[in-house]
Design a protein around this ligand. Structure first.
Ligand SMILES: NC(=O)c1ccc[n+]([C@@H]2O[C@H](COP(=O)([O-])OP(=O)(O)OC[C@H]3O[C@@H](n4cnc5c(N)ncnc54)[C@H](OP(=O)(O)O)[C@@H]3O)[C@@H](O)[C@H]2O)c1
Length: 302
């Protein structure tokens, strides 16, 4: 099985490359910057360049594509909708178009988001696959529009929605909630975290394992690949502070009345993972993941 991973320098793509290598599947990697792994095949390219995308698919002839590349900064998408659409929707369409022409049986796995939901469910329970989607932000709308293109792909496809992903890699293009809390608290600074946004935070390694499972089992359709615990950013931050032995009292709980970001976020978007569990997906609890990160990662200590 030859697996093409887009966004390989990103938080999720990097972990996917690691998990595939552990599973003895040699990935072919792509993103825009320098190669994230010296020993793995890599091509730097901009997925918004249609000809380059077609050439990539012709040259690599993948059996599976795990498409994680995207413009992921939610507020930047709100401020630059045209750029966001180009990177998130048009680039996905180019990949699908190239596969349809060059490798129509390839399994296309699209990494999507809980932000396709508005966060105002009829009953307060985690979202299940098939629930009504109504994104509040440009980012969420762009991912849902890309999902619509994926559903038109004539070959096998899977949409894997994940949420509030945390972790560390040496090539991270941006920070995440885990790194923000550790860096701020270890400098003795105050950090404000929303206490009224409800999520299922997900360790990047768990997402990667989930994506591998979807590929291995050829699972098709819509799946939630998220963490097992329901948290707010505030409760998550408190758990990080506890594991890293940092002063949790420096975390201030806030709501949108205290701070309004450019892009609206869903107030309540936990994802049910019951469907993914049925194919063997079994993510760590928040505490387990944080303990593992704390004991195995040397970066943030210094
Ligand atoms: N992180 C989260 O909390 C979260 C939550 C839900 C869903 N997701 C979804 O999960 C996926 C991966 O997220 P992530 O956090 O791993 O993202 P990330 O760390 O921001 O990395 C994004 C990657 O996409 C690549 N990329 C962006 N635009 C590109 C383009 N035009 N051409 C080629 N490569 C491009 C970047 O390449 P360079 O680094 O080389 O520029 C980078 O490697 C995304 O689809 C996102 O929507 C993420």
């Amino acid at each position: 099985m030859r697996v093409l991973v887009t966004g390989a320098r990103g938080l999720i793509g990097y972990h996917v490359a690691q998990v595939l290598t552990e599973q003895k599947v040699e990935p072919v990697l792509t993103s825009r910057g320098e190669a994230p792994f010296p020993n793995l095949p890599y091509r730097a390219l901009d997925l918004t360049q249609r000809d380059a995308v077609h050439q990539l698919i012709r040259d690599t002839s993948p059996d599976v594509v795990i498409h994680s590349a995207a413009m992921t900064l939610v507020d930047a998408c709100q401020e630059q909708p045209a750029v966001c659409w180009l990177r998130n929707v048009t680039a996905t369409r180019y990949l699908l178009e190239a596969l349809t022409k060059e490798k129509p049986q390839a399994h296309f796995i699209f990494v999507s988001t809980d932000f396709v939901y508005d966060g105002f469910p009829a009953e307060e329970r985690p979202y299940v696959e098939g629930d009504y989607e109504a994104p509040l932000s440009v980012y969420g709308a762009s991912k849902l529009a890309a999902e619509a293109w994926v559903k038109l792909y004539p070959g096998p496809w899977t949409i894997a929605r994940t949420a509030l992903v945390y972790g560390w890699t040496p090539t991270l293009p941006r920070d995440n909630i885990l790194l923000r809390v550790i860096h701020r608290l270890s400098q003795g600074g105050v950090i404000q975290l929303f206490a009224n946004q409800v999520r299922t935070p997900t360790w990047a390694r768990d997402v990667a394992i989930g994506l591998f499972l979807l590929a291995e089992k050829r699972a098709q359709g819509l799946y939630h690949i998220a963490g097992s615990d329901i948290e707010t950013p505030y409760t998550f931050g408190q758990k990080v502070a506890k594991v890293w032995n940092l002063p949790g009292e420096l975390i201030q709980p806030i709501t949108e009345l205290d701070f309004r970001s450019p892009a609206p976020r869903p107030p309540y978007s936990p994802l049910s993972i019951a469907k993914a569990r049925a194919i063997g997906y079994n993510p760590h609890t928040t505490e387990e993941a944080l303990q593992l990160l704390h004991s195995t990662t040397i970066w943030v200590r210094g």
